[in-house]
Design a protein around this ligand. Structure first.
Ligand code: NAD
Length: 275
């Protein structure tokens, strides 16, 4: 099964489908990530605040997979924003992951109330220049936050990782990203199980037509929309199911009927208000 690679605006490539580890218990992270690597995932999305970077790192080491075949993302937590603290946080994440570099380092939330995200971004640019992060990007940034860092630095983020699923399709940010040449990553691509995505008629109809599950249809909708996606599951069976999405293609009509689910329904915090 070949996962498509997406070229980022800095020339690096990212596997379009990966595995996320939000809420993966640190005690279980090594086992769960080892399963994901065995299933075939090569792109892992973690964060300092998930508390499981060490387990992720142990699984990477135990796998014996050559480093260049892996794509590892981690994120700068809110309380580490600022010039020096961002640098220290990067070093600590690398130490926990047991890596010399990450493929992608993201500012986790803009936290406009702290007013430190531009300063943090300038440090991220240095970390990229030093090779500690091959690519740099942001997460949960709205257009004004993006405009501020683009105006104040010389780097357009490689990605913005945002909440995105059929009921919250983020059309405006997606078109702004396309204008900038910045890719969009979806978090909560299955709605985090917080609404009944899998009972939506559009997903069920497409699932029946292709003989796949509604979860596979949702992941396929992200992929065919050009979005980078990394669903999470603790179960090896579901990891394999979520990875097995390259044997069918949604039709234009099926894509349109899933697009029509959009109703501005968030399952997470609004980045403008998050504290
Ligand atoms: P998700 O939408 O991937 O949902 C995960 C839940 O869906 C699982 O707990 C499981 O219960 C269910 N599920 C998974 N596969 C299934 C299947 N095949 N059938 C039925 N149910 C299934 O939510 P997520 O984990 O929050 O998002 C994915 C990743 O995005 C995270 O693991 C993390 O890496 C990232 N993330 C980032 C942010 C951010 O602020 N940047 C926030 C949340 C998540």
């Amino acid at each position: 099964m070949t996962v498509p690679q997406i070229e980022l605006n800095d020339g690096n490539s990212i596997p379009q489908l990966g595995f996320g580890v939000f809420k993966v218990d640190p005690e279980e992270a090594e086992r769960i990530v080892s399963d994901a690597l065995e299933v075939g995932y090569r792109h892992l999305d973690t964060a300092m605040i998930y508390g499981n970077e060490q387990g992720v790192g142990n699984a990477i080491k135990a796998s014996g997979i050559p480093r260049e075949e892996l794509f590892i993302t981690t994120k700068l937590w809110n309380s580490d924003q600022g010039a020096d603290s961002a640098r220290d946080a990067m070093d600590l994440s690398l130490e926990k992951l047991g890596l010399d570099y990450v493929d992608l380092y993201l500012i986790h939330w803009p936290r406009p109330d702290l007013d430190l995200y531009l300063e943090s971004w300038l440090t991220m640019e240095q970390l990229k220049a030093e090779g500690k992060a091959r690519s740099i990007g942001v997460s949960n940034f709205h257009r004004p936050h993006l405009e501020k860092i683009i105006a104040g630095s010389s780097t357009v983020p490689a990605v913005d990782q945002i909440e995105l699923h059929p009921a919250f399709a983020q059309r405006d940010l997606r078109s702004y990203g396309a204008e900038l040449g910045m890719h969009i990553e979806a978090w909560g691509p299955l709605g985090q199980g917080k609404y009944d995505l899998f009972s939506e008629t559009a997903l069920q109809t497409a699932a029946e037509a292709h003989g796949v599950s509604p979860a596979q249809v949702a992941i396929r909708w992200h992929l065919q929309s050009g979005i980078i996606v990394f669903p999470k599951s603790n179960s090896r069976e579901r990891m394999a199911e979520n990875f097995d999405v390259f044997g069918f293609e949604l039709s234009t009509e099926q894509m349109a009927s899933i697009d029509a689910i959009d109703r501005d329904q968030r399952v997470g915090s609004n980045p403008d208000e998050a504290t």
